[in-house]
Design a protein around this ligand. Structure first.
Ligand code: NAD
Length: 304
């Protein structure tokens, strides 16, 4: 049977991911509930199907979903029109959305009951990583399902990891992003302190990059402008990866920490800081804009 990918959710991430599959010669049909996103997909010459019923046919060999939250994945896979009841048994299901572990496990379990292979495969690397096909993809599921998915995942990403059973992909992603949220605040605090100490910020940045205070936000994605070209801090904090997305991931981290009784005091503090920042209307700003609210009032806050 020839390969046909049904791609559901062509937003900021899904659109370039689907496009990369097409560029590699894959037959891809896409669907989204948003008229705006459908329009954008059409502009990119993606093959758009106007409703889910027409998308999920017996010919579909793989379904890829890239949706905002667990409730969306649940609706698409298990809801009233749930695709789990429509796809053929040989169809592989790949949920690339970042969602809670429990929902991933629940959908995976229902798929397994029907004899359908499924993986959770959340990604990191942002919209730029999706466009350049350099995403890190963290997979949960059986080894067999992982290997089946690899050829498609390798088209969309650069580093593909098998983390463990279904749900582990999201588990790994949540742990990674909790650390990222915390280190972004830490980098912001250090650089803002340097600013208040009147030390040349470029020198402090260079020192930290080479010393033990280094981190991804310092070396790749500094939260203050003028340090590395092409970062959101140099572009009025246009995302990138939004504060709202980071807030969502920190919520997921704190929820699962509670469930397994893990003590994550910095994780909860990071959530408190991002939550307040989003409530103040900054959820669409890049998450590195958090530097605007730590270290004192050296900046003109709110952000324009
Ligand atoms: P987005 O909101 O731009 O895209 C999601 C799309 O899903 C939207 O176009 C929406 O209309 C569509 N959708 C929602 N419910 C649907 C349904 N029932 N049927 C069909 N389509 C539906 O979000 P995004 O930035 O593309 O992020 C998608 C996922 O990737 C999220 O889970 C996010 O956490 C994760 N992620 C995002 C980034 C990033 O930088 N944006 C980075 C890594 C991971």
């Amino acid at each position: 049977m020839s390969e046909l990918v049904a791609f559901i959710g062509v937003g900021n991430m899904g659109n370039p991911m689907a496009l990369n599959l097409v560029k590699e010669g894959k037959k891809v049909k896409v669907f989204d509930v948003s008229k705006n996103m459908i329009q954008k997909a059409k502009e990119k010459k993606l093959d758009v199907v106007e409703n889910l019923d027409d998308l999920i046919t017996n010919e579909v060999t793989t379904v890829i979903t890239m949706l905002p939250e667990g409730k969306n994945s649940k609706e698409v896979y298990l809801g009233e029109k749930g695709i789990i009841n429509k796809v053929s048994k040989n169809c592989l299901l790949i949920d690339c959305s970042t969602i809670d572990i429990q929902t991933s496990i629940e959908i995976g379990k229902k798929a397994k009951e029907k004899g359908i292979k499924m993986i959770d495969a959340p990604v990191s690397g942002g919209v730029m990583g999706a466009q350049k096909a350099t995403l890190n993809i963290m997979v949960g599921g059986t080894k067999e399902a992982f290997e089946l998915a690899l050829p498609l995942l390798k088209i969309m990403g650069k580093n593909i990891f098998h983390a463990g059973e279904i749900g582990s992909g999201n588990g790994a992603k949540i742990c990674n992003n909790m650390s990222l949220g915390i280190t972004m605040i830490a980098a912001s605090e250090s650089l803002m302190l340097a600013k208040r100490l009147n030390i040349d910020i470029k020198k402090v940045h260079e020192i930290m990059k080479n010393a033990s205070g280094n981190s991804w936000p310092i070396s790749v994605y500094p939260p203050l402008p003028g340090l590395i070209d092409g970062t959101p801090s140099n572009n009025n904090y246009r995302p990138g990866f939004s504060a709202g997305m980071m807030n969502k991931d920190l919520k997921l981290a704190n929820e699962c920490a509670k469930q397994v009784k893990a003590s994550t005091p910095l994780g909860s503090m990071a959530l408190e800081i991002y939550n307040k920042f989003c409530e103040e209307g900054n959820d669409t700003k890049d998450f590195s804009a958090i530097s605007k609210v730590v270290g004192g009032d050296a900046w003109n806050y709110p952000i324009d």
